[in-house]
Write a protein that binds this ligand. Structure first.
Ligand code: NVA
Length: 303
């Protein structure tokens, strides 16, 4: 597969995405066969925002591939403030073999990619979280036989995670229902991209603000109601969002057997503690699969 960067879900074809999912499962099953895949290679990791899963899974994952990861936190201030983003990209390309970046704005990722001589991987921005969605579809592939027959619903705030999930679902032929409160749905340009991809790949895509319109589902996904970088006070949106809480009642109503969350979970807000801790929850499989999914991306870009 030829892929020079991994910056957004919509850059992927059905074939390239399927290959990444298969490779992630292969690396997970036979990690010893990939233990030198990144030997002698270094990955610079820029984080403008906090991280637990992404930071640790990239660092340990790169180590498992025999490579070296370097963490660049916020000690240098906001990306683009001390020097141009293009110069950061050019400097890092002098030493590193790849750049992983978690940034506020997607434009910072595209600018890094434009000026970098080495592959850039999006580790979350305001618009996409393609490493998460890849891990999520690896997890779904482990739990369901055929992704093209799967019904997946995301309930909550329309954000980077729901955008990436919706785009990948559209590419893979998974039926996707997005249930967001009025005014909290996806941006028009992302929805348009997803609709075009869904049409191309035969997926059904439904966007609604009516929780009762959700219908039968196999898996339900949710994420925080307030993403990093959004200074909304949760008290101000609680009444509007509470009907969208993912709980046992919603699982029963839809017949879904699996509940998903990218974490960190805000218990008793977007998901109940009882459901998050239940047998239906695959949240820690998703977390584990972050590493295998990202390693598949790294091996594809650098191996
Ligand atoms: N939507 C969340 C995802 C966190 C992993 C955020 O951007 O904060």
């Amino acid at each position: 597969m030829t892929m020079s960067h991994y910056v957004s879900d919509d850059q992927l074809t059905k074939t390239s995405l399927t290959q990444l999912i298969e490779l992630a499962i292969k690396i997970k099953t036979e990690p010893q066969n990939y233990s030198t895949a990144l030997a002698g290679k270094s990955v610079a990791m820029i984080f403008e925002k906090p991280s637990l899963r992404t930071h640790v899974s990239f660092d340990i994952g790169i180590n498992k591939l025999g490579g070296h990861a370097l963490y660049l936190g916020q000690q240098n201030g906001k990306l683009g403030a001390r020097e141009r983003i293009s110069d950061v990209a050019k400097n890092l390309s002098c030493w590193a073999d790849a750049i992983v970046a978690r940034v506020f704005e997607h434009s910072a990722i595209t600018e890094l990619a434009e000026h970098s001589k080495v592959p850039v991987i999006n580790a979350l921005c305001d618009t996409y979280h393609p490493c998460q969605s890849l891990a999520d579809f690896v997890t779904l592939a482990e739990h369901f036989d055929d992704l093209s027959k799967l019904k997946l619903a995301y309930v909550g705030d329309g954000n980077n995670v729901s955008n990436s999930l919706m785009l990948m679902a559209a590419i893979l032929g998974t039926d996707f229902t997005l249930v967001c409160p009025e005014g909290h749905g996806p941006d028009a340009h992302i929805l348009a991209k997803a609709q075009a991809l869904a049409e191309e790949n035969g997926s059904k895509l439904l966007l609604t603000s009516d929780v009762d319109a959700i219908g039968e589902q196999d898996a339900i996904y949710t994420d925080t109601w307030i993403s990093m970088g959004d200074d909304t006070n949760v008290k101000d949106i609680l009444a509007k969002f509470m009907p969208y809480q993912v709980n046992h009642q919603l699982m029963e109503k839809t017949g879904a057997s699996v509940v998903m969350h990218c974490q960190p979970a805000h218990l008793e807000e977007e998901i109940t503690t009882a459901l998050f801790d239940s047998e239906m929850s695959v949240c820690f499989h998703q977390a584990e699969n972050r590493m295998w999914a990202q390693n598949a991306v790294l091996v594809t870009l650098l191996g």
